[in-house]
Ligand binder design. Structure first.
Ligand code: MG
Ligand code: MG
Length: 267
């Protein structure tokens, strides 16, 4: 079901999104190669979220056992935090959502640990750019296929592949609402975007083939061919003024150095 949000609803989601942005920025800065575990990151994220009055949305969602999804290297998404010590060269996809006053925001980044390979750097650059290419198309009157194809085209032009088994989603009072936001498709396909939609746009990009498998823990999705994967996500409101990224910290503009043809209406 697609739930249109009022301006007031969107501001409530922005308040949740500011907490998510602070969590991601703090987590990114805290990673120390050879020392930090994924559980350390999970605990840090949960404590920041709760200190700000929020609740970590993933904890207990379909029985997920942690506050954050932390997916290392060939893990695409939905990794469960634990005792793994992060090492130089690792890519850590960190996905977090916060519920504040009944409204949810969802965002993810992929963090390079220490010195990563040139290929890993390229994967991060392309995946982040693909997110902003998709966001730039998320405008009133456009079709979902324009968002999806912008992401797919950017990724495939770089020789990488987009995951298809998992897609972005509407978000609001519930973590997963309609519509689906695929990272592949053709312009002219899909539903038309309207004012008040709030979408979690989240390209998942593999260095190798696009196929994934789920591990025996029933959660962690990994690339089938074992190659690296990256994930970037923002929660975005479709407004008459253009796409409005809700998962930004209050002093955010510098985050947009990667934005492509995008007038950010965040304040
Ligand atoms: Mg997410
Ligand atoms: Mg999401």
């Amino acid at each position: 079901m697609i739930v249109r949000k009022s301006a007031a609803d969107i501001e409530k989601m922005r308040a949740a999104g500011r907490i998510v942005a602070e969590v991601l920025e703090t987590v990114e800065k805290s990673v120390v190669a050879g020392k930090t575990t994924t559980e350390d990151l999970n605990r840090l994220a949960e404590s920041i979220c709760r200190e700000r009055g929020g609740v970590p949305t993933f904890l207990g969602y379909n029985k997920f056992p942690a506050a954050a999804c932390i997916s290392v290297n060939d893990a695409v998404v939905h990794g469960i935090p634990g005792g793994r010590v992060l090492q130089s060269g690792d890519l850590v996809s960190f996905d977090f959502a916060c519920t504040l006053n009944g409204y949810i925001a969802d965002s993810a980044i992929t963090i390079p640990v220490g010195d990563v390979s040139p290929e890993a750097k390229e994967l991060l650059r392309v995946t982040r750019e693909a997110l902003y290419q998709g966001i730039a198309k998320a405008r009133v009157g456009a079709r979902m296929g324009e968002v999806a194809s912008a992401i797919q085209r950017h990724v495939e032009a770089a020789g990488f592949s987009v995951v298809r088994e998992l897609v972005g989603h509407g978000v609001g009072r519930r973590l997963h609402e309609g519509p689906e936001v695929p990272n592949f498709g053709k312009p002219g396909q899909g539903i038309r975007l309207i004012d008040g939609m709030t979408l979690a746009i989240e390209p998942m990009v593999n260095v190798g083939k696009r196929e994934t498998v789920t591990l025996d823990d029933k959660w962690t999705v990994v690339t089938k061919d074992g190659t690296l994967s990256a994930h970037f996500e923002h929660t975005v409101a479709i407004t008459k003024r253009g796409p409005d990224i809700l998962t930004l910290s209050s002093e955010a503009p510098e985050l947009h150095s990667n934005s492509v043809d995008l007038k950010v209406t965040a304040r």
